[in-house]
Design a protein around this ligand. Structure first.
Ligand SMILES: Nc1ncnc2c1ncn2[C@@H]1O[C@H](COP(=O)(O)OP(=O)(O)OP(=O)(O)O)[C@@H](O)[C@H]1O
Length: 539
């Protein structure tokens, strides 16, 4: 399974940079979600890796093959990149059944594959199943209609699912009519004789692959009907569409069609699977269910999944790594919980988490003991204690050096003839401060900021109602859900959101003492928006 590497990849249309100098390594077998607001460049990144969009410059490598290099003039077409796609606007063949839609791609596969004695393999499998006739009978008995008649079609599907069979083997198994109480001993013996004869005439391994000098014999061949059927059944089982195999797409709901599209993409077992919001047409319940399916699918197939979404919950729950993008620029690329707990900047902190993080503007400078006394929430005092030592003056110095270095690099690039100035300029993220009386801050002039201007990020679960605290709030609103309540608390003109676990009742207007718990409170630099430190906050 390949690793995907993007180096300095840029895509621009005119002066608009959809993707700006992206460096990214997608590790083998990972599940990466490309996350970001609408128009941030997620789909463009995916399309460039897949070969459907040509980058303006940069280099993309899949496994050990360079599939794009602007300097070397390499651009491998999409069908040679061995990747599977699943897009939001999938198109099923309307004149083909569900089965044929899924099987279609497989019937065209011609590959170097091991030679297998399918007849012996199936005989062995049947003999094995016939040895536990009770299980088969139980399944068949479940398939009787009200009049007691066996529903043959239903029985096939149940047998296929229970024993991982192809339709052909399921039909053979059904034909033994074990439900009649007949003893299968003679049938088992006949099947076993067949298997023994096959093993005598050639060397077979335990998967019935033909061996020569201890190695599987390989042949360039198409997939057999049996193999195709097994693949179709396998993926149909995963996405639960086994009952719809004979229907046409027009006879399915939107969600069912989407599941067929997923099954069709999975059937050839691509080593890299690209998905662009594949669940967007599904209702909330099915969407959640499909998330679990995709997660299992990822483990079962061992493929690398690259998944575009603007739904942060989807990104958080599915991914092994989240690649968060804004305005074409990579913001953070880490495991979901790292992105949540240790966001690199204000944008990331704001984008992930529901309910949203509380941003609180604060001013202060570091004291000799390393703590940072702050003034916040309309003149209130608190002390931020970094969880691990940080020197604010050093941090600001490093920030200034980094900004100067980037500016010098920009000037150097801008001096080149081919340089095109980015029209969609990168700006520090404008965070939202929740207030009782909302203001239109876009009308305000940008304030002059210094190194004492900071922003705290407090996740709602860290806001606590304490027994005693010097910070007092007033319950502004409460949404109890049984397991927890999301509350809005008024502190002066500000509103803070908290999630309180347990089924407490809150009275609107009640005064409550507030505290902030844990040592994962975030301290940001207001000028650059970058995260400085994590720590605790005491009022
Ligand atoms: N062919 C094109 N010509 C000009 N601009 C384009 C073209 N294709 C995309 N863009 C712009 O590039 C930006 C990134 O588009 P992209 O589709 O990658 O965004 P996205 O993050 O996937 O958005 P969404 O979540 O809305 O699908 C958008 O602002 C879009 O308008």
């Amino acid at each position: 399974m390949p690793e995907i590497k993007l180096e300095h990849v840029t895509k621009r249309w005119g002066k608009f940079y959809a993707v700006d100098d992206l460096d990214l390594v997608i590790k083998n077998n990972s599940f990466v979600t490309l996350l970001g607001p609408s128009g941030c460049g997620k789909t463009t990144i995916l399309r460039m890796i897949a070969g459907l969009e040509t980058p303006t410059c940069g280099r993309i490598t899949i496994g050990d093959q360079v599939v794009f290099d602007s300097d070397l003039g390499i651009n491998v077409p999409p069908n040679k990149r061995k990747v599977g796609f699943l897009f939001q606007n999938y198109a099923l063949w309307p004149n083909m059944t569900v089965y044929d839609n899924i099987a279609f791609g497989l019937s065209n596969v011609k590959d170097t594959l091991p030679k297998v004695d399918f007849e012996a393999k199936n005989a062995a499998r049947l003999a094995q199943i016939l040895k536990t006739p009770g299980e088969v009978v139980k399944i068949l008995e479940d398939c009787r209609d009200k009049t007691g008649k066996l529903d043959e079609k239903r029985a096939y599907i149940k047998l296929i699912d229970a024993f991982t069979l192809s339709i052909y083997t399921a039909k053979k198994l059904f034909a033994y009519h074990l439900e009649s109480g007949k003893d299968p001993a003679a049938d088992i013996a006949a099947l076993e004789r067949k298997v023994a004869a096959a093993r005598k005439s050639q060397t077979l391994d335990d998967q019935f692959r033909v061996l020569q000098n201890g190695q599987p014999v390989l042949e360039k061949r198409k997939l057999t009907k049996e193999e195709i059927d097994l693949s179709v059944r396998r993926v149909s089982r995963i996405v639960k569409i086994g009952m719809f195999m004979d229907r046409y797409p027009a006879e399915l709901s939107g969600g069912q069609q989407q599941r067929v599209a997923i099954a069709r993409t999975l059937a050839p077992e691509p080593s890299v699977l690209f998905m662009d919001e594949p669940l967007s047409n599904l209702d909330a319940k099915l969407r959640l269910e499909m998330r679990y399916e995709l997660q299992r699918l990822h483990v079962e197939t061992g493929s690398t999944f690259v998944y575009v979404t603007h739904d942060q919950m989807e990104a958080m729950t599915l991914a092994t790594q989240i690649c968060l993008v804004n305005n074409g620029v990579l913001q953070q690329y880490e495991a979901p919980l790292t992105v949540y707990n240790k966001p690199s900047n204000l944008f990331v902190a704001d984008f992930v988490g529901n309910p949203s993080i509380n941003f609180v503007e604060a001013t202060g400078a570091q004291a000799a003991d390393g703590t940072i006394p702050l003034t916040l929430l309309g003149g209130r005092k608190a002390v931020f204690r970094p969880a691990s030592p940080v020197s604010l003056p050093d941090w600001f110095r490093a920030r200034n050096e980094d900004i100067a270095r980037r500016e010098a690099e920009h000037q150097k690039n801008a001096a080149q003839k081919s340089y095109v100035e980015k029209s969609n300029k990168d700006e520090t993220f404008r965070y939202h401060i929740a207030k009782v009386e909302e203001e239109d801050d876009s009308l305000r002039d940008d304030p002059v900021l210094t190194d004492t201007d900071l922003v705290l990020g407090i996740r709602p679960e860290f806001l606590d109602i304490a027994d005693s605290s010097t910070l007092e709030g007033e319950i502004y609103g409460a949404m109890p859900t049984g397991m927890e309540s999301t509350i809005k608390v008024r502190v002066g003109e500000f509103l803070l959101t908290g999630v309180i676990f347990g089924s407490s009742l809150f009275t609107i207007g009640a005064k409550v003492p507030l505290s902030v718990s844990g040592d994962n409170i975030m301290l940001f630099d207001r000028q650059s928006g970058r995260c400085i430190a994590f720590g605790s906050l005491r009022f």
